[in-house]
Design a binder for this molecule. Sequence first.
Ligand code: ADP
Ligand code: MG
Ligand code: MG
Length: 244
Amino acid sequence: SKLLEVKDLHLKIGDAEILKGMEFSLEKGEVFALIGPNGCGKSTLAYTLMGINNYQPQAGEMLFKGQRINDLKINERAQKGITLAWQEPARYQGVTVRDFLALGLKSQGQEVTEAKLKDALNKVAINPYQYLNRFVDKSLSGGERKRIELASLILMQPELIILDEPDSGVDVVALNNIAEMINHFKNSGSGILLITHSEEMLKYADQAALVCEGEIIRQGNPQDISEYFKSFCYPCAKEEDCET
Ligand code: ADP
Ligand code: MG
Ligand code: MG
């Protein structure tokens, strides 16, 4: 059965229609990539799935393991096993890396051990000895905060992971770790919604869909979607608008 089903999802912000009937599904152990140019609604979809304030769809359904989640709060969705790795990870004044990671573990009712924290940081190429006592604030670069957020996902082992542009703002070393991490989650049976605007990331996906102005305009195997994305005359043009 499906891990996540999104059916005819519509979302307006003010008068602007941002999601216009999004529809797709993903299974356990599957990496489903949503690729699309900047501004096409990818992050909006991520917030809507997670249940961020004011991202309440006007129409359509979101089902997690067959259960409708439209009306669940963000923390209720998190407890069910849905997590979001933000495109721009937040800063937390006065919270150390150790506190931050421990909080994630505790939120899942898991025991906190030093070994678990170190192991997760090593997996994202962050040296635990240098970082565990640092603060998750502006003293860390965006890339470092992003990697620490990914480490917290490794610890939480959510069933559904929404990765919003995990490749943006991180270096090549970290990119390799993202690939490893995707495999790690896949092998442990989690489903991954991989949001990206770079076709490089599609090589990690099992299924892919191209998003254009709040709609999926093509879905299929990642290689085909990648070719189609590359051959676009204009990033968000529909096929019939392209000059050949
Ligand atoms: P992507 O993640 O694909 O780059 P976003 O989901 O961030 O796209 O944005 C989709 C569209 O919605 C853009 O046109 C953006 O300007 C608009 N948008 C996003 N957030 C808001 C908001 N809070 N108020 C008004 N428009 C918004
Ligand atoms: Mg964007
Ligand atoms: Mg975005």
